[in-house]
Design a protein around this ligand. Structure first.
Ligand code: SF4
Ligand code: SF4
Length: 277
């Protein structure tokens, strides 16, 4: 996004002088009450053009939905469709979708008919053309801010359908992502975590397993001493046997317990007693 630029809040998305590549993205900040014109459909000549040559970060919730849609375990999904990014200078591991090795670097899920996993497509594919502003700003101001991101080749902006931010989020099923993403950000955006903690190899592995390799985390919970150490309610244990999102929420609590807050999970009384002795 090197030549991306911003225009002031509420101003019109500028017309492109020529239809360029994804590098010529423009971005316009939106007021909460702003409306924007956009409609994406098969009849447009740009159909599927956006599903190629893109760096797409996947959230933990994206991975759960996508691997379940494909009916494969998380480990296989990660190996086949993703690359793990680890920044040497800090930060938790991040997962990006691996594009096909073809001329267009197309998404592994794009077909002539469109997205083959449309119902479970990732957050970024749902959100476009809305782009949330930096999470830190959002958190600091206690408000959500969005901008409109426009790829120069995208013809959806020339269509007549109009939206508010809320209408778009509802239509694209974006609100389903909020709860899990908020829990994820509690960990990744915690300002008290030190670089040493984040870069610790064991912590990186623990983070990767919980956030991205949920089926391995499930094995870990049920096959290690996890449930003997932590006092997890029976109702939750029953839920996490079948529900990956509930399991992920437990995983976030475990990460929070280990990294940020010792009250995030309860240790069993007998373990504490044994420790005292
Ligand atoms: S309108 Fe935009 S988002 Fe829709 S297919 Fe065309 S380029 Fe992609
Ligand atoms: S996941 Fe679907 S919508 Fe997203 S880039 Fe791939 S084909 Fe397009």
């Amino acid at each position: 996004m090197d030549s991306m630029f911003f225009v002031p809040i509420g101003e019109e998305v500028p017309e492109d002088e020529e239809k360029g590549s994804k590098k010529d993205i423009t971005q316009t900040l939106l007021k909460p009450e702003s409306r924007f014109k956009f409609y994406c459909h098969k009849g447009l000549s740009c159909f599927n053009k956006c599903c190629m040559d893109t760096t797409m970060l996947l959230t933990p919730y994206d991975i759960i939905r996508m691997k379940n849609a494909l009916k494969i375990p998380s480990e296989e999904f990660l190996a086949k469709y993703t690359t793990t990014l680890i920044k040497e200078d800090g930060g938790f591991p991040a997962i990006v979708l691996k594009m096909r090795d073809d001329e267009n670097k197309s998404c592994p899920f794009v077909t002539q008919e469109g997205c083959s996993i449309y119902q479970d497509r990732p957050w970024s594919c749902r959100s476009y053309p809305l782009q949330p502003q930096s999470s830190k700003d959002t958190d600091r101001l206690g408000k959500e801010f969005y901008s409109i991101m426009k790829w120069p080749f995208c013809l959806g902006f020339d269509e007549d359908k109009e939206w508010t931010v809320e209408e778009w989020k509802e239509d694209q099923g974006l609100n389903n992502y909020n709860e899990v993403d908020a829990l994820f950000k509690e960990i990744t955006l915690d300002e008290n975590l030190t670089k040493e903690e984040i870069l610790n190899e064991d912590i990186q592995k623990m983070f990767h397993m919980v956030c991205y390799d949920i089926d391995r985390f499930k094995e870990f919970v049920f096959e290690s001493k996890f449930l003997k150490i932590f006092d997890v309610e029976q109702e939750i244990i029953e839920k996490i046997k079948k529900d990956d999102v509930e399991l992920l929420k437990l995983g976030f609590k475990w990460l929070k317990f280990g990294l940020i807050d010792r009250n995030a999970l309860k240790i069993r009384a007998e373990i504490l007693e044994a420790k005292k002795k």
